[in-house]
Design a protein around this ligand. Structure first.
Ligand code: ATP
Length: 237
């Protein structure tokens, strides 16, 4: 079943067109990657989906409903949760308080314990540091906290913007393993990445974005084997 569909989506910043007539779909249960160089429009696409940035043209459908004009906070209620680039952890709040904030839009806030247990299971490091201020965590731990916080909203679709950015290699591996685990547990994932190798090897399907347009799409395996992709994004000729 199609969970998310973008149809002819364009986004502008003033006169600059960052995304041009973009069409893509994410099926329930998939991990889909959006790869592309700096400035290709990946983050802008994510912002359009989460509702932070308005569309100048096109339509976004989620679970069969048109959400093109729906407010960002109401998209969270519908089941779209974003981990923004740069993470946005609340530095003065403890790990536990940060996680609690993730559940703010839920109607069933009474019993969050099973969800907290699930997050602590995925990220044991967060359990150890639950009473520590968010701002004192390392970059990798803050990425984990941001992902854990997004999961506390119990999303149907998790949007991850550059989860590996700025992380040490051992954290990169770990974050991608957890993305696969989250997906196996039933959450659909749309992932934006500059680390094309990792993204393509984890994704069922992927789209390549160049200057605001989709130039290629296929399964992760197909794109990993594509010579033009290898040259442009995987650092092999
Ligand atoms: P990066 O990985 O560097 O974030 P990206 O693929 O996510 O790149 P976007 O951040 O979506 O790309 O940017 C797409 C285009 O829109 C770029 O040309 C960028 O300069 C422009 N842009 C992005 N944000 C703004 C903004 N707030 N105001 C004006 N132009 C912007």
């Amino acid at each position: 079943m199609t969970l998310l569909e973008l149809d002819g989506v364009s986004v502008h910043y003033g006169r600059i067109q960052a995304v041009s007539e973009l069409t893509l779909r994410v099926d329930e249960g998939e991990v889909v990657a959006l790869i592309g160089a700096n400035g290709a429009g990946k983050s802008t696409t994510m912002r359009a989906i989460s509702g932070i940035r308005p569309l100048s043209a096109g339509r976004i459908t989620f679970a069969g409903e048109d959400i093109t004009k729906l407010r960002a906070d109401l998209r969270v209620v519908r089941g779209i949760s974003q981990v923004p680039e740069g993470r946005g952890v609340f530095p003065g709040m403890t790990v536990a308080e940060n996680l609690d904030m993730g559940a703010y839009a839920r109607k069933d806030r009474k019993n969050l314990q099973p969800d907290l247990d699930r997050v602590f299971d995925l990220f044991p490091r967060l359990a150890e540091r639950r009473n520590q201020a968010g701002g004192t965590l390392s970059g990798g731990e803050q990425q984990m906290l941001a992902m854990g916080r997004a999961l506390m909203a119990k999303p149907r679709l998790l949007l991850l913007d550059e989860p590996s950015m700025g992380l040490a290699p051992q954290f990169i591996q770990q974050i991608f393993r957890i993305v696969t685990e989250i997906n196996k547990q039933g959450t659909t994932v749309l992932l934006v990445e500059q680390n094309a190798q990792q993204a393509l090897s984890r994704a069922h399907r992927a789209y390549v974005l160049e200057t605001g347009r989709i130039t290629k799409t296929g399964t992760g395996t197909e794109l990993l084997a594509d010579s033009a992709i290898k040259e442009a994004y995987l650092g092999v000729a």
